[in-house]
Design a binder for this molecule. Structure first.
Ligand SMILES: NC(=O)c1ccc[n+]([C@@H]2O[C@H](COP(=O)([O-])OP(=O)(O)OC[C@H]3O[C@@H](n4cnc5c(N)ncnc54)[C@H](O)[C@@H]3O)[C@@H](O)[C@H]2O)c1
Length: 402
C-alpha cells in the first residue's frame, strides 16, 4: 500500500482541513462528499458565516498554493455501490477521473450527519440521520472487509457516546470484575440524542467487524471542536473550513464568538454547568495524523478520547465575554431555557492520555486563540443574521415548504 488516504466527508468542517494537512504531509489524498451538510444548511436557511467554495474549486485553489493535487469524488456514500467503487481501480478511475493511487493505507470516516438537535427535530431528520450515518458506516466496513482488508479505518466518534456518567470515563474500554471473574467491555454508552445514538451504533458495528473479520479500526471519541484557521488555510481565506453559528450546526465556542460580535447575549442553556471536553481544530488535525501514522493492529478496535481540556458552558461564556469586553464589545450572558435533555450539573472526569503518548501536543484554549477567532468573525460581522443564532428550526419549516 502506498501513502494513499481516503477522506469520507471531505467537504466538511473537519474533512477539508484534514485533506489539506495530509496532502501537505505528502499523502495521495482522495476526498469524497455528497454535500449533504451544505444542502441541509441551505434547505433550513442556516447560512455559513462566510461563503465557502465547493470542493472542485477548493481542490484547484489548494493545487495553486501548494502544487499538490487532491483527488475528488462527489458521491453519496450511503449507496453501497458508490462506496465499493472507491476501493477498486476501475471504479476509482471512473469516479475520480485520476489514476488509481493504490489501496488506501487509511480511510478517515467523517461522513455523517453531525448535529444532535437536528437529529431529533422531527421524524424526517431522525430518519435521515439514522439511515445516512449507519448506512455509510456499514457500507465502509463491508467495502473494506471485501476489497481492502488491510486499510486502517479511522472513524470520528464523539465523547457524547459516553454521556455524563457518575464515574471516570476511560478510553473506550472498561475492566469489569463480576462475581469473582474479570472481563473487558466497551465503556457503557448512553447518548443524549439520536445523533449520539448513531455514533454508539457505529462503534458497535465496528467492534463486530473487528471481531468477525479482523479489520483494523481506530475510533476517536472527540469533543466539540472550535476554531476556523489551520496552517494550510492561512494561504487564502477561501481555504478555511465552513463555519456555522446557528443552534443546529454551530458548536458552542464558535457560536459564542458570533453572538458576542453580533451584540446578542451569549445563550447559556440552563445553569450552564454542562461540562464537556473541547479541542481546537488544529489539535484535531494532530490527532488524526497521529492515529493514521500509528495504525491499529489487525483485529483491534482502538479507542482514544480526543479532547484537550474540559470546561463547563458557563466557564466558556465567561472566557468569551472577558475577551470580547477587552475588545470593546458589550457582551452579556443570558441563561435560557435548556432545549436539550441533559444534566446541568454533574460529575465529569474523562481520561485522555493515549493520543499524547503518540506525540500529540495539546494547545489549551487561551485568550490569544479567542482573539484570533474574534478577528476573523468581526471581519464578517455584516454577514451575521441574528435571526438564525437561536432557535431557528423550532419556528421554521424547510425552505421548500415556506
Ligand atoms: N465538529 C465537531 O465539533 C465534532 C465533534 C465530535 C465529533 N464530530 C464528528 O466528526 C465528523 C465530522 O464532523 P464535521 O463537524 O466535520 O461535520 P460536517 O457535517 O462538516 O462534515 C461531514 C461531511 O460528510 C458529508 N456527508 C455526510 N453524509 C454523507 C454521505 N452519505 N455521502 C457523502 N458525504 C456525506 C457531509 O456533506 C459533510 O461535508 C462527524 O462524523 C461528527 O459526528 C464532530
Amino acid at each position: 500500500m502506498g501513502k494513499h488516504i481516503c477522506i469520507l466527508g471531505g467537504d466538511g468542517y473537519l474533512g477539508w482541513p484534514s485533506a489539506m494537512r495530509f496532502s501537505a504531509l505528502g499523502y495521495d489524498v482522495t476526498v469524497v462528499d455528497n454535500y449533504l451538510r451544505r444542502e441541509l444548511c441551505a434547505q433550513y436557511g442556516l447560512d455559513f458565516l462566510y461563503p465557502v467554495p465547493r470542493l472542485k474549486q477548493r481542490v484547484a485553489l489548494w493545487e495553486a498554493v501548494s502544487g499538490r493535487r487532491i483527488h475528488l469524488a462527489e458521491l453519496d456514500l450511503a449507496d453501497p455501490e458508490n462506496m465499493r467503487a472507491l476501493f477498486n481501480p476501475t471504479g476509482y478511475e471512473r469516479l475520480c477521473d485520476a489514476p488509481w493511487p493504490g489501496a488506501p493505507e487509511a480511510v478517515l470516516h467523517y461522513a455523517e450527519q453531525p448535529s444532535a438537535p437536528f437529529s431529533q427535530r422531527d421524524y424526517r431528520c431522525t430518519d435521515l440521520t439514522l439511515v445516512n450515518n449507519l448506512r455509510v458506516t456499514s457500507n465502509l466496513l463491508c467495502a473494506v472487509r471485501d476489497l481492502s482488508p488491510r486499510s486502517h479505518i479511522v472513524h470520528i466518534g464523539t465523547m457524547g457516546e459516553y454521556g455524563t456518567p457518575n464515574i471516570d470515563i476511560e478510553e473506550g474500554w472498561l475492566d469489569i470484575a463480576h462475581k469473582g471473574r474479570h472481563d473487558r467491555f466497551l465503556f457503557p454508552r448512553q447518548g443524549a440524542s439520536v445523533y449520539h445514538t448513531t455514533k454508539i451504533m457505529d462503534t458497535d458495528l465496528m467492534w463486530f467487524f473487528v471481531r468477525a473479520w479482523k479489520l483494523r479500526v481506530t475510533d476517536l471519541m472527540q469533543g466539540p471542536v472550535y476554531g476556523l484557521e489551520t496552517e494550510e488555510s492561512r494561504a487564502t481565506p477561501e481555504l478555511r473550513p465552513y463555519f456555522n453559528y446557528d443552534d443546529q450546526f454551530g458548536t458552542v465556542i464558535n457560536r459564542f464568538i458570533v453572538q458576542a460580535v453580533a451584540g446578542h447575549p451569549l445563550t447559556v442553556y440552563g445553569k450552564g454547568g454542562q461540562t464537556r471536553g473541547y479541542i481546537n481544530i488544529t489539535d484535531t488535525l494532530q490527532c488524526v495524523v497521529a492515529a493514521v501514522q500509528h495504525p491499529a493492529q489487525a483485529g483491534e478496535l482502538r479507542i482514544f478520547n480526543q479532547i484537550t481540556e474540559t470546561f463547563s458552558v458557563r466557564e466558556l461564556a465567561r472566557r468569551v465575554r472577558e475577551v470580547g469586553r477587552k475588545r470593546g464589545l458589550k457582551v452579556a450572558i443570558e441563561h435560557v431555557e435548556n432545549p436539550r435533555t441533559e444534566a446541568e450539573e454533574h460529575y465529569y472526569n474523562p481520561t485522555y492520555q493515549a493520543l499524547r503518548e503518540l506525540g500529540v501536543v495539546p494547545h489549551p484554549l487561551d485568550n490569544a486563540t479567542l482573539d484570533s477567532m474574534f478577528d476573523i468573525v468581526q471581519g464578517y460581522a455584516a454577514r451575521i443574521h441574528p435571526e438564525i443564532i437561536f432557535h431557528p428550526l423550532q419556528q421554521r419549516q424547510p425552505r421548500e415548504q415556506d
